[in-house]
Design a protein around this ligand. Structure first.
Ligand SMILES: [Zn+2]
Length: 189
């Protein structure tokens, strides 16, 4: 069972705690409960699996508490007051229309992109070059306006830069020099 590849995580269970073990060049065992409630443990490549299991089992009570807290945070996030779908769509269309003139040259066909609002959990927005569509998470509408503007500009910039290269970020900064502070508003939730 020795992990030959450093990168491939291994699913294990100890003390009633299912967890993903990742081997990496760390000095100690590190235990982390992610926002989605999953448990990740990193350990040095040579550490015996039994010792890692024992470490996890010894912290089982703490882990279970952290998993419960993560679930409570997710439930609170879902309870955010979200506008109904048509309202959210109208809001995002208006915001995109405001920024479109800055990006018209890079939009497919030079036309205003189709705007969609979806109940996306893991992303704030997406940009499809193929269909010329900008899609936004409905929960973005409950975020502060400067953060909404940042996501709109971010997705518009993907028409010219489909990656997150330095050129992409330069394009974002050209429109919103304070984009980092705006982005931080999204991370605070
Ligand atoms: Zn992006």
């Amino acid at each position: 069972m020795a992990a030959k590849t450093m990168a491939a995580p291994q699913a294990r269970c100890a003390g009633g705690v299912p967890y993903m073990l990742v081997r990496r060049r760390v000095r100690n065992f590190n235990l982390r409960v992610r926002a989605d409630g999953s448990v990740a443990v990193s350990a040095p490549p040579g550490a015996p699996a039994a010792a890692i299991d024992a470490f996890v089992a010894a912290h089982a009570a703490w882990v279970q508490g952290a998993v419960r807290r993560a679930a409570a945070r997710r439930a609170a996030g879902r309870a955010l007051e979200l506008p109904p779908q048509p309202t959210a769509l109208a809001q995002m269309q208006a915001l995109c229309a405001r920024y479109f003139p800055l990006f018209a040259a890079s939009c497919p066909g030079g036309r205003m992109p189709r705007v969609a609002v979806r109940d996306m959990e893991t992303r704030w927005g997406s940009c499809s070059l193929r269909t010329g569509t900008l899609a936004f998470a409905r929960r973005l509408c409950a975020m502060p306006a400067p953060a909404q503007e940042y996501v709109v500009v971010h997705e518009f910039c993907h028409f010219a830069h489909p990656d997150h290269s330095p050129a992409f970020w330069a394009a974002v900064a050209a429109v919103l020099p304070d984009y980092k502070a705006r982005r931080a508003l999204l991370r605070a939730v």
